[in-house]
Design a protein around this ligand. Structure first.
Ligand code: AKG
Ligand code: FE2
Length: 329
């Protein structure tokens, strides 16, 4: 089982909680994946596909997350090709020291018009509560449960991570201290990645996403979490995933390695994910729509004003009265 993780990379992953593997997919694959992503995005913009997340108080349709990329309504072979070409499944098997792993989360993170300034968090808990995350982190430290991956189609210079924060230690930062904040953490690191690079990280490491946005600095990456079958009960996931994976459009396109993963017999999750992520089409005849429109104008005004802020981007992100900071290079 040696596809590509060297001993040093494994050690770095264990110690820092992340590694970057450069250039795991080719230029042609990236180009085709971007075309596919744009098709999918269009379906969200026109509310033809509704499983997406957006910031509804800064723009009419500012999409930042598109859920369930294997959903038959948006499945794109070229995106799946890019995922298979990246060998992310095989690399994750190596990092998790387990052949029996499966995709428990998948979505596209994207930023186009408006800057994105996300909050610190740890992923991988079941209920989302801070204490629950700390508890599972300790469990995962004894026997690793999952790994997360980011496969970008554009250059990114905005993913922050706190190396080593996936380990319970004397200088451990409890999740409740950072959750929902953007505070500056002493050894935070911003990762610079190019299209076709792959970040693999321990979801219990403290991290946050940011992106300058705007057409020239937009981003779109595939976000994935792989979980070990033995922990399938604790792996929150979308209840229709298994149906999507077994759909002939997906299954017949999958290589042997992915077929093997799709065929795993999993326990039901204690916590299903994502049922509530479904957009409502805006109703132009409701008063709510126009009230929201006023809020959008208000937030947008502050957003543009914040572009004049003279100090650092990190301090701007910490001004609590600016909900949407205008980020620059
Ligand atoms: O890039 C983002 O917006 C969020 C990143 C993140 O939290 C993740 O990949 O788990
Ligand atoms: Fe995350």
């Amino acid at each position: 089982m040696t596809i590509g993780i060297s001993h040093e990379q494994k050690k770095k992953f264990d110690e820092d909680g992340f590694i970057i593997i450069r250039q795991v997919i080719g230029d042609q694959t990236i180009k085709k994946s971007i075309e596919s992503y744009e098709r999918v995005r269009k379906k969200c913009e026109t509310f033809e596909y509704l499983h997406f997340r957006r910031f509804k108080d800064i723009a009419l349709n500012d999409i930042y997350g598109i859920e369930h990329i294997f959903h038959p309504d948006i499945f794109e072979e070229d995106i799946f090709s890019s995922i298979m070409e990246s060998k992310v499944l095989e690399l994750s098997r190596e990092l998790l020291n387990d052949d029996e792993i499966f995709l428990s989360r998948n979505r596209i993170h994207c930023t186009k018009g408006i800057s994105h300034s996300g909050n610190w968090h740890r992923d991988g808990g079941l209920t989302g509560s801070a204490d629950d995350i700390d508890k599972l982190l300790k469990k995962s430290e004894k026997d690793i449960m999952w790994v997360q991956a980011t496969l970008p189609y554009y250059s990114e210079d905005g993913f922050y991570i706190v190396p080593g924060s996936h380990k319970y230690s004397s200088n451990y930062i409890p999740t409740k201290e950072i959750l929902g904040t953007k505070k500056i953490i002493k050894n935070e690191l911003k990762l610079r990645i190019s299209p076709g690079d792959l970040i693999l990280f321990n979801p219990f490491a403290i991290h946050r996403g940011t992106c300058v946005g705007r057409i020239k600095r937009q981003r779109a990456h595939i976000h994935m979490r792989f979980a070990r079958k033995k922990y399938s009960k604790f792996a929150d996931r979308y209840r229709k995933d298994s149906e999507f994976f077994k759909n002939s459009k997906v299954f017949s396109f999958a290589n042997q390695s992915w077929k093997k993963s799709f065929n795993l017999d999993l326990e039901d999750s204690l916590q299903w994910y994502g049922d509530e992520i479904i957009q409502e089409k805006p109703n132009l005849f409701s008063i709510k729509f126009y009230l929201l429109f006023l809020i959008i104008i208000f937030n947008r005004l502050f957003y543009y004003l914040s572009s004049l802020y003279p100090l650092s981007q990190r301090s701007l992100e910490n001004l609590s009265f600016i909900k949407y900071p205008y980020l620059k290079e």
